[in-house]
Design a protein around this ligand. Structure first.
Ligand SMILES: *[C@@H]1O[C@H](CO)[C@@H](O)[C@H](O)[C@H]1NC(C)=O
Ligand SMILES: *[C@@H]1O[C@H](CO)[C@@H](O)[C@H](O)[C@H]1NC(C)=O
Ligand SMILES: *[C@@H]1O[C@H](CO)[C@@H](O)[C@H](O)[C@H]1NC(C)=O
Length: 328
């Protein structure tokens, strides 16, 4: 959970380590804003529950065979009513990345869901990793033209820690269910890892729909443009933000041109009960203050993190919402 204090510490680490980076120019690109319909809304809500389910102890470590939230004191009714089976729960690597691969026979899909920052051990690694070091990667293939496809070092490490397991199990599940869709989802840190995993799976030749909730910036120009360009031919991107959630604004754009891929689905009012009219679909490239990025105060990121963090915990109901520790 992102307590206010820890978020403040986290940003402290970012600010302290920002000096080697050139200040980016806040170019505000033109944005097109459109409405969503009730089918799109149901999908965004449905996958928010899958993202929630990755926080539940039972699903990642507790031996559940079916995806359940209620036995970890949470709720994900849209997932629980489907016929699901968890084929690969995992807690993996130095990054302690947690999540699962599951098959949903009711909706004919294979779902990869990655846990966000829930517990002390991986929170500490996030605090360390959120020093805004970036690494060059080969994720963007030949579209690697502006900055070497630089990605946040901690997010990249976490994705690499689980890539083999996720790719292996998705491939195996697809072999027995060739007509199923592949979905990758997550919230917060889990959303960042999910975006990178989706990119890797797409690069390996499988189409993926990506549903992300409260995802921080992943990197700079190349990775944002590349993920955006993967849609629609390699699957769709649904990057959901809520009101003034400060996490999608981190690391701050101006501390080295951190960017997002679009479209963004911005829940524009502070609510856990969302109607289609509460959501703007924002289409842009790289940086725009339309949507969540514009929801900053004049007091700066430290204050915004402390004051706005409540919005990070509300995506179609409370997130995490599930206990990630063993039952006591
Ligand atoms: C759920 O909550 C109840 C009541 O607070 C508690 O007794 C139980 O241990 C909790 N279960 C889990 C899995 O945390
Ligand atoms: C599937 O995931 C499990 C971890 O739950 C792992 O041990 C196994 O090697 C993975 N299978 C493949 C084919 O990668
Ligand atoms: C976003 O804008 C671009 C360029 O204007 C356009 O080609 C594309 O179809 C739009 N995508 C969506 C999802 O609206």
């Amino acid at each position: 959970m992102w307590s206010t204090l820890k978020c403040a510490l986290l940003l402290g680490a970012i600010v302290v380590d920002a000096t080697p980076f050139l200040k980016g120019k806040s170019k505000n690109s033109a944005a097109q804003i459109s409405a969503i319909d009730s089918d799109q809304l149901s999908q965004l809500e449905h996958f928010s529950q899958w993202a929630k389910a990755a926080y539940c102890y039972g699903n990642v470590q507790g031996g559940n065979t079916k995806v359940e939230c209620s036995n970890s004191n949470g709720t994900c009714p849209l997932v629980e009513t489907a016929s699901t089976s968890i084929i690969a729960p995992f807690v993996q690597g130095e990054s302690d990345t947690k999540g699962f691969v599951a098959v949903d026979d009711t909706n004919k899909m294979i779902v990869v869901s990655i846990q966000g920052t829930a517990r002390k051990s991986n929170f500490d690694s996030v605090l360390t990793d959120l020093k805004i070091a970036r690494v060059k990667t080969d994720l963007c293939k030949t579209a690697n033209t502006k900055d070497g496809c630089e990605v946040h070092k901690g997010f990249y490490k976490a994705a690499m820690d689980v890539q083999g397991i996720v790719q292996g199990n998705v491939t195996a599940a697809l072999a027995s269910h060739p007509d199923y869709k592949v979905i990758v989802t997550g919230h917060s840190l889990g959303a960042a890892i999910a975006a990178l995993l989706a990119t890797m799976i797409r690069n390996a030749g499988t189409n993926v729909d990506l549903y992300n909730y409260g995802q921080p910036h992943l990197g700079t120009t190349d990775i944002a443009n590349y993920i955006q360009s993967q849609a629609p031919s390699k699957g769709s991107n649904f990057r959901v933000t809520h009101f003034n959630d400060p996490v999608p604004q981190l690391p701050p754009h101006d501390l080295g041109n951190w960017d997002h891929f679009y479209p963004e689905f911005w829940i524009k009012i502070n609510t856990g009960t969302v109607a289609a009219t509460d959501v703007d679909q924002i289409n842009a490239t790289l940086y725009t203050k339309a949507g969540n990025e514009g929801q900053t105060s004049k007091f700066g990121p430290l204050v915004d993190i402390a004051e706005h963090v409540g919005a990070h915990r509300l995506y179609f109901g409370t997130i995490p919402g599930c206990r990630s520790l063993p039952p006591t």
